[in-house]
Design a protein around this ligand. Structure first.
Ligand SMILES: C[S@@+](CC[C@H](N)C(=O)[O-])C[C@H]1O[C@@H](n2cnc3c(N)ncnc32)[C@H](O)[C@@H]1O
Length: 268
């Protein structure tokens, strides 16, 4: 019985921190251990979904709620990279400025805005034309998803953010990375690049937005893992290989398909 309990406990405790302030997030919980032990007996009687809700709350603390909202929405930021993105957003300084290039239906927006909601401040700026445009490889995927919706892409994005209770932490900038970036002025604490995935589009997005990232800020480049890509869909990977390295960027690590790094020196 004791051995079984320790095995289940080990499965539910947080994995090694990938961000310095990860422990801050866990300390916002009543007590992971108490919560888990208290819930263990009750969880056996719960339906499967309720059981996972209890386990995820014990494992991820308050971000579990936003992981759940995020996963209900069609999107591409899932599993450990979703957790890492939410934790990175949580660990930023007070009143952090976050920018997401390519928001689609708001699945990843909710991870970042949810984390800032827990902190009680910050703003996630979402840059997207909300018209299903993008690189040749991705466009049919966007189209298939959006044509099944009863609402327009933008209306569905708004509805998703509203349902998660995150309106106050999200500001939408309808347009492309280049058009919105042309008049942008605010320094950024976390830049999540996930718009046009072609080599030309991803490079342009990086070049326009990365100069605004503060020294000490976090860049997160989605769809940039080390694997084979379809033609013209490897833009983010190229950005990481060519640009996310010392002396400008430090500590690059890929979690799931997202590369995270810290800016160490000005690039402009
Ligand atoms: C891969 S989806 C974003 C997924 C979202 N970040 C998530 O994790 O659920 C890419 C989005 O970027 C948009 N997009 C394409 N080209 C863009 C550009 N040049 N600037 C900004 N957004 C762009 C697409 O229309 C699409 O909505």
């Amino acid at each position: 019985m004791r051995a079984r309990l320790s095995k289940r406990l080990a499965l539910c405790l947080p994995t090694e921190s990938r961000f310095g302030s990860h422990t801050n997030l866990m300390s916002t919980m009543p007590s992971t251990l108490q919560l888990f032990l208290g819930a263990l007996g009750r969880a056996r009687r719960l339906p499967r979904s309720g059981y996972y809700r209890v386990v995820n709350r014990a494992r991820y603390g308050r971000i579990a709620k936003y992981l759940r909202y995020s996963q209900r929405i069609e999107g591409w930021t899932r599993g450990e990279e979703a957790v890492a993105l939410a934790r990175a957003a949580y660990a930023l300084p007070e009143d952090a400025v976050l920018v997401e290039i390519g928001s689609f239906l708001g699945s990843a927006t909710i991870l970042m805005a949810g984390a800032r909601h827990i902190r009680g401040n910050g703003m996630v700026h979402c840059v997207d034309p909300f018209d299903g445009s993008g690189d040749d490889f991705s466009r049919p995927y966007y189209e298939n998803i959006t044509k099944a919706l009863a609402l327009t892409q933008r209306q569905q994005f708004d509805a998703n953010i509203r349902e998660a209770g995150l309106n106050a932490l999200v500001r939408v900038h309808p347009g492309t990375a280049a058009s919105i970036g042309a008049t942008w002025k605010e320094p950024i604490d976390l830049l999540f690049l996930d718009g046009d995935q072609s080599p030309k589009g991803a490079r342009l997005s990086f070049e326009v937005w990365s100069p605004f990232l503060k020294v000490g800020g976090i860049i997160a480049v989605h769809n940039s893992g080390d694997h084979e890509y379809a033609a013209e869909h490897d833009g983010s990977r190229r950005v990481v290989v060519e640009k996310i390295k010392l002396p400008e960027y430090d500590g690059a690590r890929c979690i799931g398909t997202t590369t995270f790094a810290t800016k160490r020196a000005a690039t402009d």
